[in-house]
Design a protein around this ligand. Structure first.
Ligand code: HEM
Length: 373
């Protein structure tokens, strides 16, 4: 059975011919059942992304309702990913410059010490499921320059924060999300600011201050880099394991081969399948009128079927992902680490399902047949 609709496709075993047909035959349409517009072709997706009325959050809900008021909501509301406006553009430019400079510095450090800081390799399927979500945060925490003793705590806080986001999160999860956000901010403030920080971070803080951006907003967005890396990184690594298993890939594996496999995952089984925009005013796009207040689902995985090498899974235009190169390298390193520690991807690829998520395609290897979470 093909997927019933583009949200169903995210967890479908093989949605890609459905996505290709969607992109070609229904580039932009209103889906009455989903109560959303759907853009599925590179041109219509780009046109929506470019439109000034298309925002990353609904006008009346800058932060998910359940998170407000509280520290998790405050943190979420500060992420560049969740903001439009001129302030977004300035902060985004600083973050992009920071990531580039830090990448150059790290490259030199790694030549001296190639050991990558990753969590210990897991022994069973449940451990792999946790590793998928932890490893990208460990790698990103290391990238920010945090001491390795802090990586596991960062991963735990980001995961608690992440679990508080869904609309159906209960009071306990939300309280844990607020506490995690507060601890994370305190940890980053204590360890990433001040005279001891690395040159790229010092420059980020100085440039932000010169631009009138508060230190709190910078710190929140460093937490944002940890957050952005987590679920998408889990999806990239998980789908890489599945692809490695199906292709019979095993050790010994070079880093270049691992990177090439990650690139194939980005092309053929991407980690993020869609994102959304919320229209603040009515807009004429692709010959159709989208009314103010409507949501548009941008089906990135469908656009990939038309332009497989464009990296659609990382978005485009104003909110394009600044972490593409890092995500690719971190996933390749984590894959190598797992395979070298004896993980058997062929066994994993034989039995898994996808987590019931609306946009990330994350395989889950440890589950009961009849459970749904
Ligand atoms: C497999 C891994 C990743 C995928 C698939 C991914 C995908 C995306 C996508 C699709 C967007 C744009 C969302 C939209 O326009 O609605 C985005 C934004 C963003 N990503 Fe990534 N990402 C990944 C990893 C990372 C990493 C490792 C970082 C950290 C350096 C990062 C940082 C960001 C930030 C800060 C934004 C917001 C940019 C903005 O709003 O201007 N991402 N990412």
């Amino acid at each position: 059975m093909p997927p019933a609709h583009p949200l169903d496709a995210v967890t479908h075993p093989d949605p890609y011919s459905y996505y290709a047909t969607l992109a070609r035959s229904r580039p932009l349409y209103r889906d009455a059942a989903l109560d959303m517009w759907v853009a599925a072709h590179p041109e219509t997706i780009a046109a929506v992304m470019r439109h000034p009325a298309a925002r990353v959050r609904p006008a009346g809900e800058p932060v998910p309702r359940g998170l407000w008021p509280g520290q998790a909501g405050e943190l979420f509301g500060r992420f560049v990913r969740m903001n439009d406006s001129a302030a977004h553009a300035r902060l985004k430019a600083l973050l992009v410059a920071f990531i580039q400079e830090q990448e150059q510095e790290q490259e030199q450090e790694q030549r001296l010490d190639p050991a990558r800081p990753l969590p210990p390799a897991p022994r069973d399927a449940a451990g792999i499921d946790r590793y998928l979500y932890d490893a990208p945060v460990h790698a990103q925490a290391s990238f920010l320059g945090l001491d390795h003793t802090l990586h596991a705590d960062c991963a735990a806080e980001i995961n608690r924060f992440l679990f508080a986001l869904p609309a159906n999160a209960d009071a306990e999860r939300i309280a844990a999300g607020h506490a995690a956000a507060a601890r994370l901010m305190a940890r980053l403030q204590a360890n990433l600011t001040g005279p001891c920080s690395k040159p790229a971070l010092r420059r980020l803080n100085e440039d932000a201050a010169a631009d009138g951006i508060t230190p709190d907003l910078v710190t929140a967005n460093l937490a944002g880099l940890l957050f952005q890396s987590c679920e998408a990184g889990a999806a990239l690594l998980g789908n890489a394991l599945v692809m490695a298993g199906r292709r019979g890939v095993s050790e010994p594996l070079t880093r270049d081969v691992a990177l090439a496999l990650i690139d194939d995952v980005v092309r053929h089984d991407p980690p993020l399948h869609n994102t959304r925009r919320f229209m603040t005013e009515s807009a004429d796009i692709g010959g159709q009128r989208i009314a103010a207040g409507q949501t548009v689902l941008l089906v990135l995985a469908a656009a990939s079927q038309i332009e497989p090498d464009a990296g659609w899974t990382f978005g485009a235009q104003r909110h394009a992902c600044p972490g593409t190169a890092l995500a690719r390298r971190h996933a390749a390193d984590a894959l190598l680490h797992l395979l070298r520690a004896g993980t058997d991807p062929a066994a994993l690829a034989k039995r898994f399902r996808y987590r019931p998520l609306p946009n990330a395609r994350v395989p889950q290897f440890d589950f009961q047949e009849d459970s749904n979470s």
